[in-house]
Ligand binder design. Structure first.
Ligand SMILES: Nc1ncnc2c1ncn2[C@@H]1O[C@H](COP(=O)(O)OP(=O)(O)OP(=O)(O)O)[C@@H](O)[C@H]1O
Length: 310
């Protein structure tokens, strides 16, 4: 188990992380969800012992990690945001190199490479140079390398950024399999709510260096148990319409998106009549309207007034 208390990181004048309290139990899959710059990478760099904290403690199985990092390092696989591979070498050669760095014997090494290549779905492409791989394939090999020494805990920093949907789904399925079937403990950072929703048992929502909410997915959504989201698609958005919606009692947030507006409104209020009235008054044509149960994105919106991907 990893326990983090009062963690803080200050870079010159910039406080990147502050008052961070956090735990990760064996076998759990936990998400750090937050927009760019929230402090997710800084947090996991500190937990991975790559960056010393300005303040705070990190314990692994009750022992101080800052004084004795080796025990945690041995059990930890870290998948960084940047691809950390030798581009001119093949996937096989990269895995062989990192396996040797970890001290695997020749026989174990060969079996391990083939086992992991199968897991990441690149057995057939193992001899090709990494520089010829697609972004998604590079990310899969980046993960493969982090698995070479049989880690108990896998920490991933936004492993699906900038890749095609197919590779993204492949990675998500892989992470889920590693957690559910192989029993790996997962710490997964992302600014994609759907990924965290799909993969993680518990979630820490971060913003501007702080954890602003944490709990199981249902605990977090219960923050909005008195609210619901109303999604309105319009032909053309108009500020007067948004202003009228904002002034309506029972409507707590009005967010514009590409297709129209997302409202967070008090549950049970009969607001549809008013919404149609305001549309008529401001000559906004409503193309569709639907009421949905809250998502983690709505929780973030409720807490910060912003969308995760602003
Ligand atoms: N080495 C550094 N020196 C100065 N400021 C830094 C450094 N590393 C991070 N920061 C700042 O700390 C804040 C948190 O950054 P961090 O990379 O941890 O966020 P993040 O949530 O991981 O976002 P992203 O997904 O964009 O990496 C940002 O404002 C960033 O500019």
């Amino acid at each position: 188990m990893i326990e983090v208390q009062n963690l803080k990181k200050k870079f010159k004048k910039k406080v990147a992380v502050e008052d961070m309290n956090f735990y990760l139990e064996d076998g759990e899959s936990v998400g750090l969800l937050g927009p760019n710059g929230a402090g997710k990478s800084t947090t996991i760099s500190m937990i991975s012992t790559l960056l010393p904290p300005t303040q705070g403690s990190i314990k692994y199985n009750g022992k101080d990690v800052l004084k004795n990092p080796d025990e945690l390092r041995k059990d930890l696989g870290v998948v960084p945001q940047e691809i950390a591979l030798y581009e001119e070498l093949s996937a096989y050669e990269n895995m062989q190199f990192f396996g040797k760095v970890y001290g695997l014997s020749d026989k174990t090494l060969e079996d391990k490479i083939q086992e992991i290549l199968e897991l990441v779905g690149l057995t057939n492409r193992q001899k090709e140079a990494v520089e010829n791989y697609s972004g998604g394939m590079k990310r899969r090999i980046n993960m493969a390398v982090a698995l070479m020494h049989n880690p108990k805990i896998l920490i991933m920093d936004e492993p699906t950024v900038g890749i095609d949907p197919q590779s993204r789904n492949y990675i998500l399925d892989m992470v889920r399999k590693l957690n559910r079937k192989e029993g790996l403990t997962i710490l997964y950072t992302s600014h994609y709510m759907e990924e965290v929703e799909k993969l993680c048992d518990r979630v820490y929502i971060m913003d501007d260096g702080h954890v602003i909410a944490s709990g199981t997915k249902s605990e977090l959504k219960s923050i909005l148990s008195n609210e619901e989201t109303i999604n309105i698609q319009v032909e053309e958005a108009k500020d007067e319409f948004a202003d009228l919606l904002s002034s309506q009692q029972g409507i707590n947030q009005v967010m514009k998106d590409d297709l129209g507006y997302n409202l967070i409104a008090a549950k049970g209020e009969q607001l549809l009549g008013e919404i149609f009235d305001y549309a008529r008054q401001t000559e906004v044509k409503i193309l569709g309207i639907h009421v949905q149960t809250p998502t983690l994105e709505d929780v973030f919106l409720h807490l910060t007034g912003r969308k995760l991907r602003d």
